[in-house]
Ligand binder design. Structure first.
Ligand code: NCD
Ligand code: ZN
Length: 344
């Protein structure tokens, strides 16, 4: 039985680092294992211009722990006022690696997102021209659509039309949660990639709702039925280069999670690699772990894979149940089973 596994150092292609005291507290969990991460721009206020992205990048770099080597890959939050020239300049300078589309109101801090897709057409056309990926939160916000159907409906109503009307636009379907998304991604050309989170490989909607409500398993897009989780696992472990890791590690304080109207997000940065090693091993696919965590993402983003490595050992993972921040405790995602694999 494999007891140790050395892989190229992973990257996280969808990460929330927040700002201020929270950034300070959560960043070390990522820099301990990951070399780079696509940084989500949904701060309050959101990161909407290259000037704001540069300031945010500098705050992240200032918070990187001594001795750690970490590169934040910045994104811009797409609004109906985004300037195509600013986006192009931000890519040309190497600052920005993607633009993030939140349908207005879809998730945490998405109020400034897009309602009228015609208004962002010039930006999307510029992005297609320069090869800059659009990261998509793929849920419709129509209150008439059941929350468990919002991803599938988004693919038909929004994603596919955007891609058809903007040939060449490179798109990442982020944190996919359904078999519908897996099936769609599998039939598309190489302009499409899809990230999968750690938690969606482990939980289904029963984990959130059966036997008492579990706010720490509530995230967006919300976990779906078991058949969807199994489709995600099959996609992640398949070796298909379209699928890669975006943890969507999204820390909120317990005080904000455990409210009558609690925040969405699972904080998985500390134990993501231990969980993934276990998932891939269970599915007989440890040999595909490196592709999912360390090779497919850079290939999509047209960046070199990392040259250094990390080693996982089957010695039992130790991770904290909470981390302490100046804003309060943040609960670490509990996969619900003991973790065998530890990052050495
Ligand atoms: C994210 C957050 O908290 O910023 N929450 C989540 O449930 N994933 C926002 C997001 O990525 O949807
Ligand atoms: Zn997210």
């Amino acid at each position: 039985m494999t007891q140790s596994l050395t892989i190229r150092r992973p990257d996280d292609w969808h990460l929330h680092l927040r700002d201020g005291a929270m950034l300070q507290a959560v960043l070390p969990a990522t820099t301990a294992h990951f070399a780079r991460a696509i940084i989500m721009p949904n701060l309050v206020p959101p990161v909407v211009t290259s000037a704001k992205a540069m300031e945010y990048r500098d705050r992240i770099l200032a918070a990187v722990p001594e001795g750690a080597d970490f590169t934040p890959l910045m994104t811009l939050y797409l609004t109906e006022d985004t300037d195509p020239a600013d986006v192009a300049a931000a890519q040309a300078s190497g600052l920005v690696h993607a633009v993030k589309l939140y349908p207005a109101g879809a998730t945490t801090n998405s109020a400034s997102g897009v309602s009228n897709f015609d208004k962002v057409r010039p930006v999307l056309e510029k992005m297609a021209e320069i090869g800059l990926p659009l990261c998509v939160h793929g849920e419709v916000t129509d209150p008439d659509i059941d929350i468990f159907d919002r991803e599938a409906v988004f693919i038909d109503r929004v994603l596919d039309p955007i891609r058809l009307s903007t040939p060449g636009l490179r798109v990442v379907m982020e944190h996919i949660t359904t078999k519908d998304a897996v099936d769609y991604a599998r039939t598309q050309d190489d302009t499409l990639g899809a990230t999968i989170t750690t938690h969606h490989l482990v939980i289904n909607r029963n984990h959130i709702l059966a036997g008492g409500i579990k706010p720490h398993y509530y995230c967006l897009p919300v976990a779906k039925r078991e058949e969807h989780r199994l489709a995600l696992r099959a996609a992640a472990t398949s070796g298909d280069a379209r699928f890669f890791l975006g943890t969507d590690s999204a820390p909120h304080t317990d005080a904000n999670k455990l409210l009558p109207c609690g925040c969405a997000g699972c904080f998985t940065a500390p134990n993501t690699l231990s969980i993934l090693a276990q998932v891939f091993e269970e599915d007989g696919a440890l040999d595909q772990l490196e592709g999912f965590t360390s090779l497919n993402g850079p290939a999509f983003y047209r960046l070199p894979a990392n040259t250094d490595t990390i080693t996982l050992e089957k010695s039992g993972a130790n991770y904290p149940s909470h981390i302490d921040t100046a804003d309060g405790l943040v609960t670490v995602f509990d996969p619900g089973f003991p973790l065998d694999w530890a990052v050495r």
